[in-house]
Design a binder for this molecule. Structure first.
Ligand code: GLU
Length: 459
């Protein structure tokens, strides 16, 4: 069962309902009514748009491609979220992902709402002109609902700066004279994108992990050691010893997170396995991540797939099955590939004590419950992978001002924004029995509820 964001929103509202400090202005019947209203508002999207894009392929065939844009909630600002190109895209998935965007933005105080788009294609099956046409058609079909102050798409799985550049170009043609720079984020730098946007998500994912196990654990060492809390003990244990990491996914997210881990000198970690859609590479002494990154850039993004390619690339590693990575005997697992990777079927074989969700929703609800009961520390997606949307917000601001920040400034702002979230979230992890995911959802739902109530949306 994939993660059901609606159910978690309900659960968070139940907790808030019992908290007298939350919305103390309303009591008894009116309070019950307000919570019922919150439940229906936050567990459903405002709009679901579906179109069938008419595309003429290079062989002159005319086909229709299903495409979605879901606008979940915009109480905090314009809808914001990526557009995914993947053959398994479907309406429920896009709704779940749009809901996660609402929660992610609320959690990190990004002044945007939540949206998501999807096109049901395997982008590898189309050539560049066809992909360009698909992007243009997407903008044409949804041109009334997107825009810099309405709904701002960005890259997601299967899309990148190239697609955002094409889409922004089309938006500009359809809306001449309008401020078009803020219509899409994640664009190339020459086209008004932000420095650092490509690396932002991967860097942020590793930073979320490092902040908990190094910064927070060091600053709060005495406080943590005085707590009779299993999680506190596990964090202090990992902080000071050598430990191993496996990274699932070696795209834009996984490769950057792996490189951050490799270069980190605050923790004694070693990346011993990485995987992509073809293989897992394993070396118990640690993999040479910079050389692997170089190889993937030079060779069309895929990792070396056999001993010959490994030798040519100068990499020492063993090739094992792609899915074997998940069940390796490692301390920390970074999930930076697809959703629904840790499921009922493999949850009992997971050995890692810490899992960091780089991808959105990589652990199903069943597996999440099971692993939490086992004491696995799970750093959830909406906490860990917000670097992308935070830098998207910086890109949107830079586009408005037509003033651009240096790369150091971008990362400084990104990390400061994430740190302030961590300083709210991490201490709560040791003060009650909630999981990190529950704490994050509760924080987001609290913020959204407060704003909805004050805007008079619950009557
Ligand atoms: N697709 C990314 C995400 O899931 C980025 C969204 C954005 O930058 O708007 O967070």
């Amino acid at each position: 069962m994939p993660i059901n964001t609606g159910a978690v929103v309900h659960e968070s509202l139940n907790v808030l309902f019992d908290d007298d400090l939350f919305l103390p202005e309303i009591q008894e019947k009116p309070r019950e009514k307000a919570f019922r209203a919150l439940r229906s508002i936050l567990s459903t999207p405002n709009h679901v748009s579906k179109s069938f894009l008419r595309i003429t392929l290079e062989n002159d065939e005319v086909i229709r491609i299903p495409a979605f844009r879901v606008q979940h909630n915009n109480v905090l600002g314009p809808y914001k979220g990526g557009i995914r190109f993947h053959e398994s895209v479907n309406e429920d998935e896009v709704i779940n992902l749009a809901t996660l965007m609402t929660l992610k933005n609320a959690l990190h105080e990004v002044p945007f709402g939540g949206g998501k788009g999807g096109v049901v294609i395997d982008p590898k099956e189309y050539d560049v002109r066809e992909l360009n046409l698909i992007c243009k058609k997407y903008v044409q079909y949804f041109s009334d609902i997107i825009g810099p102050d309405k709904d701002i798409p960005a890259p997601d799985m299967g899309t990148s700066a190239r697609e955002m550049d094409w889409m922004m170009g089309e938006y500009k043609s359809i809306h001449p004279g309008e401020n078009y720079r803020g219509s899409f984020t994640g664009k190339s730098v020459v086209n008004g994108g932000s420095l650092g946007r490509r690396e932002a998500t991967g860097k942020g994912v590793y930073f979320t992990f490092r902040y908990l196990f190094h910064n927070f654990a060091t600053e709060q060492q005495t406080w943590l050691s005085e707590r009779n809390h299993l999680i506190a003990k596990n964090i202090l244990d990992l902080k000071d010893r050598n430990f191993t990491i496996a990274v699932q996914g070696f795209g834009n997210l996984g490769s950057v997170a792996a490189l951050e881990a490799y270069q980190c000198n605050q923790l004694n970690n070693k990346v011993i396995a990485v995987s992509d859609r073809n293989v897992t590479l394993y070396n118990s002494d640690g993999l040479d991540i910079p050389t692997l990154v170089k190889f993937t850039i030079e060779n069309n993004k895929d990792l070396p797939i056999n001993d010959k390619e490994l030798e040519d690339a100068g990499i020492k590693a063993k090739v094992i099955g792609r899915d074997d990575l998940l069940t390796l005997n490692v301390d920390v697992l970074f999930l930076a590939a697809l959703e629904d990777q840790v499921t009922k079927d493999n949850m009992e074989e997971i050995q890692a004590q810490v899992i960091v969700e780089g991808a959105n929703a990589p652990i199903t609800t069943d597996a999440d419950n099971y692993l939490n009961q086992k004491g696995t520390i799970i750093i959830p997606d909406i906490l860990a992978n917000a670097g992308g949307v935070i830098v998207s917000y910086l890109e949107w601001l830079q586009g408005r001002e037509t003033q651009y920040y240096k790369e150091e400034e971008v990362f400084k702002k990104q990390f400061e924004q994430m740190e302030s979230t961590f300083d709210t979230i991490y201490p709560q992890f040791f003060s009650n029995t909630y999981t990190l995911r529950q704490i994050c959802y509760r924080q987001s739902v609290m913020k959204l509820s407060d704003v909805l109530y004050r805007q008079g949306k619950l009557y």
